[in-house]
Ligand binder design. Structure first.
Ligand code: NAD
Length: 506
């Protein structure tokens, strides 16, 4: 190790013994001779993709710098994405259960009232706790966290890249590293001519509204739109969904979209597919959304708020890629199986990568793949058909692998097994019989190609299916795999049996 590098290292460790001082020194990167340190890897972006790469890199023994432009690590997922939304969904679930308290033998509650401020306080406390957790993990793993905006400056010189970091005070420094991982994340897309504010909301503003709105129009029926629709419907909001495509959650199996639509409608949510939004105007009381419905008829919907949930744009601009060989496709970065871009030593992970879904768990795994390659360790490239998709609505969706249509499109002769939660005893116990498990298998060899679950705890149940697909399991193997009784997971056993027309409980 270079002498300057070792002294920088010692300086980090020494300061770390003094807790708070360490944090300030490391975060601001002021007292470390950063310019003289050559990191094995500098990561730009401290969301799940970036911080996971940082920790795993350190576990491999790499010398890691993590550059983050905001004050706190965690990215969209922790601050305005996965974690706060799931916190609110849990509140919604409790609230829904309370509505049926008497049915569960809980008397004397009266009419529950919603303390929205307390709901938001709990959500914020969860975020704070996890930010602290991340700070702890960075210290524990001796990752140098640098506060500032990172930009590539060009190709490596003598095998060393230089990342320009601009601090909040405008001061510019250079971070040198043998490899760079871009993990800059994404922003919610806006409809043309609109700007987010307290009435026109994205995933950010909606997470801190003062009260659940009386009425909400949701534009876009992907995960963001469906999850917020589910949350606010539970809290009594009148929700109207406007989706451009012919079905909601369009990435899911068609039967899942159909079932979610049916169950959302049963919950009183107004679901409109094939809807083309023409205009969103602010009014004195909120918003007026003009759209063309599936029959081509003009329609107007007024509401207190509108949520725009039409996808996310990767932050690939202004990070210095123009000075490198990094290649873009539709604004996102092209990578190989090791997440490496066309610029040697520059990797990309998370929401900025083309061809992978913009999911925290995909970004995190991509980060682990990239650092494994950098450390010269074995790794497995991410396979798109092994990525679980989880939508935390009521009912939940968990899916992995090919949909029935996709399996047919790629030339499989398929066999399908379906089992409704109505036949599952644990579903009766937890009071939720909605939904089903659907298995898509190859007819010839029995290999399981896809598992699609809608219903109670679907986002947890899908883990078994991910493992089965990863291990290339067959229907026969799974039909003879013991599932504990009584569990919701037994629905999978029955669904595997259903592929051969041999479910036990249906
Ligand atoms: P998305 O791309 O998943 O869905 C957007 C939806 O909006 C699509 O169905 C699209 O057809 C529709 N749409 C686009 N323009 C429209 C218009 N003008 N009018 C009506 N409909 C329109 O995007 P998202 O839901 O915003 O989510 C962004 C990303 O974040 C996605 O990759 C998503 O998977 C991810 N995410 C995942 C989770 C989860 O895993 N639970 C939760 C939230 C977000």
């Amino acid at each position: 190790m270079h002498e300057a590098e070792s002294s920088a290292c010692a300086s980090v460790r020494l300061n770390c013994w003094f807790g708070v001082r360490c944090k300030i020194h490391v975060r601001l990167g002021m007292e470390l001779p950063l310019a003289e340190t050559i990191f094995d890897v500098a990561i730009i972006g401290g969301g799940p993709a970036g911080y996971t790469a940082a920790i795993r890199g350190a576990e491999y023994g790499l010398k890691v710098a993590l550059i983050e432009k905001t004050e706190k690590l965690g990215g969209t997922c922790l601050h305005v994405g996965c974690i706060p939304t799931k916190a609110l969904l849990f509140n919604a679930e409790i609230w829904d259960h309370l509505k049926h308290a008497a049915e569960y033998g809980i008397a004397g509650i009266g009419t529950p009232t919603l303390d929205w401020a307390a709901v938001l306080k709990r959500k914020n406390a969860i975020i704070t706790k996890h930010v602290k957790g991340l700070e702890f993990l960075m210290k524990k793993n001796k990752v140098t966290v640098i506060s500032g905006y990172g930009r590539l400056t060009g190709s490596a010189s003598d095998g060393v890249h230089s990342v320009e970091v601009t601090g909040a005070d405008g001061a510019v420094s250079q971070v040198k590293a043998k490899n760079v991982i871009l993990a800059t994340g994404s922003d919610a897309k806006m409809l043309p001519g609109l700007e987010a504010d307290s009435t026109i909301l994205t995933n950010i503003e909606i997470l801190s509204i003062e009260q659940p709105p009386k009425s909400l129009v949701v534009i876009g029926a992907g995960a963001v739109g469906m999850e917020f629709s589910s949350i606010f419907r539970s809290f009594g909001t009148e929700v109207t969904i406007l989706e451009f495509l012919p079905r909601v959650v369009p990435v899911e199996d068609e039967e899942i979209s159909k079932e979610l639509t049916r169950l959302f409608k049963k919950r009183g949510i107004d679901v409109n597919t094939g809807a083309r939004v023409e205009k969103v105007e602010k009014t004195e009381s909120g918003v007026k959304v003009t759209y063309t419905d599936v029959n081509g008829k003009p329609q107007v919907k007024e509401a207190e708020k509108v949520l725009v949930a039409v996808g996310r744009a990767g932050r690939t601009e202004n990070i210095g890629m123009d000075k490198t060989k990094v290649e873009l496709e539709r604004g996102l970065i092209k990578v190989d199986g090791a997440q490496e871009t066309a610029e040697p030593g520059v990797f990309a992970v998370g929401d900025i990568v083309v061809g992978l879904p913009q999911l925290a768990h995909v970004g995190a795994m991509a980060g682990m793949v990239a650092v494994a390659k950098i450390a010269g360790r074995t790794f497995r490239p991410i396979r798109r058909d092994r990525i679980p998709g989880c939508t935390y609505t009521e009912p939940q969706i968990g899916s992995v692998g090919l949909t029935e249509t996709q399996a047919k499109e790629v030339g499989h002769e398929v066999k399908v097994g379906k089992f409704p939660f109505a036949g599952n005893s644990k579903a009766t116990i937890v009071g939720n019989h909605d939904g089903f498990v659907k298995i898509v298998a190859d007819a010839k060899y029995g290999e399981i190609l896809g598992v699609h679950i809608i219903g109670p705890q679907a986002t947890e149940l899908i883990a078994e299916a991910v493992a089965v697909l990863e291990l290339e399991g067959t229907v026969e193997e799974m039909m003879f795999t013991i599932h504990a009784h009584p569990t919701l997971a037994e629905s999978l056993l029955d669904a595997f049996g259903a592929v051969e027309g041999m479910a036990i409980n249906a």
